[in-house]
Structure formats: structure tokens, C-alpha cells
Design a protein around this ligand. Structure first.
Ligand code: PMM
Length: 270
């Protein structure tokens, strides 16, 4: 099956790559509709920034940001994912029309998440995570990043299934940029086949991340700004597509849709 494109709708003032641009509900909705027009298969709506160093948003504020956007995008027929670490936000988002829960903590941040996801029976994205954004980069230390991430994800699967979540609900994500240095992100990208071999659908979230912003930039010089990382992101979409990823989570939908057309046309000619 073709790799799907998940378009990012960050309703936050401070997200890592697009913070503040779609902060009002109206702007978030308009942006989501625009991404659908560009060919997004689904939209990932988030109300809490997870950029390195970020301070947590309150639950009330997170709900206030995401619920109106989810309700309207779902009403217009979009497949919507809620990007949250909070069980209460996930529950209300699904009630408002979301049909996927994307938790960057893989159920670790909120002890109620597994129970809520099990009860709602929606697909659940389990990302590799080592703690909240304020401190995560101090935990970017691995013996072998690929096997360490795969082992942690397998432990999450066992724990979640033990709490009643169905194996067929789970989607795994190696967590690019979360407690990872550039070298870790490149290793994971180079070995997506190992993550795929765990036997679950895989989501790849490299879009506009810092390791792409360092490409071609001399040491000591400023990284390129996030909006200038879309060509590199599309290149990683090709890698994800060739590896058979279930979906890529991207800010610039049009370039990744095209990148996947290239993969599809090439695969058809094999
Ligand atoms: N990255 C961000 C936010 N949510 N969810 C998943 N599943 N995977 C990711 O890699 C991921 C995510 C941070 O990126 P943004 O702040 O630019 O949206």
C-alpha cells in the first residue's frame, strides 16, 4: 500500500517549525483544509509544542486550542489525528471527531492514556520518547540507537497490550528529534527496515527537524530556518516510502505527495 501523508496542523504559538502561524481556530481550520487540497490523507492536530526545551501547556488551554479545529475538520470529512500526551484531551478529541490518537510519549506521560485508547478502540501512534521536551536532549545517549529504540518500542507494545490496547490498534514511530542527536536520527533513517520488521505500521516524523537544518551548513554557522528544510524533508519522505512506512508526518504536504508519486511510479516499473 502507498505511504500516506499526514499533514501537520499545529495550533500553538511556539511550535518547533511553524509556531504561531495557525494559532487561532479559524487559521488552524483554514490551514487544515489547504493541506487536504494539497493531497494530505489525514491531518494531525496538536495544541502543545514539543520542541526541545518547551514548557508544558495546561490541559484547559490545549483543549481550547484543538477541539474547535478538530470538530470542523472532521465535519468537513477529514481523517483527523489528535497529537496529545493527555488522556482527557485524547478522549474529547475523539468525541469531537478525531479517529487516531498520536501520543509522542507512547502512553508514558499520562497513566490514563492506555485505558482511554483501549476503550475508544482507535489507532494509537506510539512514539519513542525519553521524557518531556524541557529536558529530553540530556537523554540523547544510546549504545546502539536502532536496537535501543526498537527494544523500547517493543516494551511499550507489551505494556500497552497488557493494559487492554489491541495490537492491531498500534502504529510505531521511532521519534526523530526526540532525545536524539543528528547521528541518531541518521541511523534510524538508515535502518527504518529494522523498525518495520517489528511488524507494525510505522510513522516517520522527520519534517523540518534540526538534523535536516544542519545539512550543508558549516560547523558553528546557524542552521537553516525550518521553512527552508522542505526539500530535505521530501528526500526523507522518499526514504520512508521506499522502506514501506505507513505514513509520513509533514508540514509541507505538496512536496511529500510528489515525492511519494516518484516512489510509486518507480516501484510500478520494477
Ligand atoms: N514530531 C513532533 C510532534 N509530534 N508526532 C509523531 N508521532 N512523530 C513526530 O516525529 C512528531 C510528533 C514535533 O514536530 P512539530 O513541532 O514541528 O510539529
Amino acid at each position: 500500500m502507498r505511504t500516506l501523508v499526514m499533514g501537520v496542523v499545529n495550533v500553538t504559538p511556539d511550535s518547533f517549525s511553524d509556531g504561531g502561524r495557525w494559532f487561532t481556530p479559524e487559521a488552524g481550520i483554514a490551514h487544515g483544509l489547504e493541506l487536504l487540497e494539497q493531497g494530505a490523507d489525514m491531518l494531525d492536530v496538536g495544541g502543545e509544542s514539543t520542541r526541545p526545551g518547551a514548557i508544558r501547556t495546561t490541559e484547559d488551554e490545549e483543549l481550547r486550542r484543538v477541539i474547535p479545529v478538530i470538530r470542523e475538520l472532521a465535519r468537513s470529512g477529514a481523517r483527523v489525528s489528535i497529537d496529545t500526551m493527555r488522556a482527557a484531551v485524547a478522549a474529547q478529541a475523539v468525541e469531537a471527531g478525531a479517529s487516531i490518537v498520536n501520543d509522542v510519549s507512547g502512553g508514558l506521560a499520562d497513566p490514563d492514556m492506555a485505558r482511554v485508547v483501549a476503550a475508544m478502540q482507535v489507532p494509537f501512534v506510539v512514539m519513542h520518547w525519553r521524557g518531556h521536551s524541557a529536558t529530553m536532549q540530556s537523554r540523547a545517549s544510546y549504545d546502539d540507537v536502532v536496537s535501543d529504540v526498537c527494544r523500547s518500542l517493543t516494551e511499550r507494545v507489551t505494556d500497552l497490550c497488557g493494559q487492554g490496547v489491541g495490537r492491531d490498534q498500534l502504529i510505531l514511530d521511532p521519534g526523530f528529534g526526540f532525545a536524539k542527536l543528528a547521528e541518531h536520527n541518521w541511523s534510524l533513517l538508515a535502518h527504518l527496515d529494522v523498525v518495520q520488521a517489528l511488524g507494525f505500521p510505522v510513522l516517520v516524523g522527520t519534517s523540518r527537524k534540526t538534523f535536516l537544518g544542519r545539512l550543508g551548513v558549516p560547523e558553528g554557522a546557524e542552521s537553516r530556518p525550518p521553512a527552508q528544510r522542505d526539500a530535505a524533508t521530501a528526500a526523507t519522505t522518499v526514504i520512508a516510502g521506499l522502506a514501506g512506512a505507513w505514513a509520513v508526518r509533514v508540514h509541507d504536504v505538496a512536496s511529500s505527495v510528489d515525492a511519494l508519486r516518484v516512489v510509486e511510479a518507480m516501484e510500478a516499473a520494477r
